[in-house]
Design a protein around this ligand. Structure first.
Ligand code: PRT
Ligand code: ZN
Length: 283
């Protein structure tokens, strides 16, 4: 059975399981067990700390894994990064006490920086010709400057709230991350088939994300205008209605442009507009 490593608890756990569920893969969550077989897909989940996932996939104990790109690059194990998964977005940034004047990476010359990501930090410092001391700390890196342990930090930032509440300011965004699907370098035939099916489903999930299905009644004479407003995937579906001079129009629009489109359609006579959530688009 093909095995996928997933974070057992923490920030990526719930969304990793939600993604699998969304792909139609039913799997028990880790509250019940550390290894769980799907009932309807040839995949079993191995629940681990995120730090261990790159190594477990590199060694083949699990052939796939879902983990932050930051962990993959920092750990440096030899795995394939297959695809970004659109959640767990964050960055690793350099931050310093907010009252310091920052004049570029040289600010860090001869200083001490606390981090859990020494490898990614060292690459950045080398690229910028900066020599600094790297203090490796696991957990609560953001308190290091106030505690007198370091001059600055290199840590994960998402909203930026943690930096602000610790009197720090972000001065360099060094590394962008999100949850990624990783794979062992030597997949067997069965694993490859599972990967193909996973990618097929992930693709349709990505396409449908952030889209709405629109249904409306429209006077036939407004059809041409409506087609300009709604450039659908190939073309919108048009169906005749019992009452003469009207038709029913179906289309897909991005959520961000939904209200704009609705107002334009109303202006050309659309009535009874239904907006529905879209589960999957399979092209
Ligand atoms: O127990 P285990 O080892 O499995 O988990 P963990 O505690 O090491 O990791 P976890 O669950 O905190 O994070 C897992 C992954 O989520 C990370 O490796 C990142 O890829 C991703 N991720 C996304 C984040 C964040 N956003 C995030 N905001 N990881 C950590 N944070 C922390 C950050 O360290 C800092 O303390 O949140 C704080 C900053 O958040 P803001 O919103 O205040 O800026
Ligand atoms: Zn961890």
């Amino acid at each position: 059975m093909t095995r996928i490593a997933i974070q057992s608890k923490g920030r990526l756990n719930e969304e990793s399981l939600a993604l699998l569920r969304n792909l139609g893969i039913e799997i028990d969550d880790p509250k019940r067990t550390f290894l769980s077989k799907s009932k309807n897909f040839p995949l079993e989940a191995l629940y681990l700390r995120d730090d261990d996932i790159p190594q477990v996939v590199a060694s083949g104990t699990a052939v796939f894994g879902i983990v932050g790109r930051n962990e993959v690059v920092e750990k440096g194990f030899d795995v394939d990064v297959i695809d970004g998964l659109g959640f767990g977005g964050c960055r690793i940034s350099l931050a310093i006490p907010k009252n310091e004047v920052y004049d570029g990476p040289q600010w860090f010359e001869g200083k001490r920086i606390a981090t859990s990501y020494p490898k990614i930090l060292k690459e950045f410092l080398d690229k910028n010709g900066v020599t600094a001391e790297i203090a490796v700390i696991t957990g609560s890196v953001e308190i290091a400057p106030a505690a007198g342990i370091a001059d600055g930090i290199f840590d994960i930032v998402s909203s930026g709230g943690t930096l602000i509440s610790n009197g720090l300011k972000e001065v360099e965004r060094v590394f962008e991350s999100e949850a990624v699907l990783i794979a062992n370098r030597n997949l067997g035939e069965a694993d490859k088939a599972v990967l193909d099916e996973l990618l097929f489903r992930i693709e349709s999930h990505k396409i449908s994300k952030g889209k709405k299905y629109l249904l409306m009644n429209l006077p036939k004479e407004s059809l041409e205008e409506a087609l300009k407003i709604l450039p659908s995937m190939r073309s919108p579906t048009i169906m005749p209605l019992a009452s003469d001079g009207w038709c029913s129009l179906h289309s897909v629009v991005g959520s961000s442009e939904l209200w704009d489109k609705v107002h334009q359609l109303k202006a050309i006579g659309a009535e009874g507009i239904l907006v529905m959530d879209l589960d999957k688009i399979i092209l």
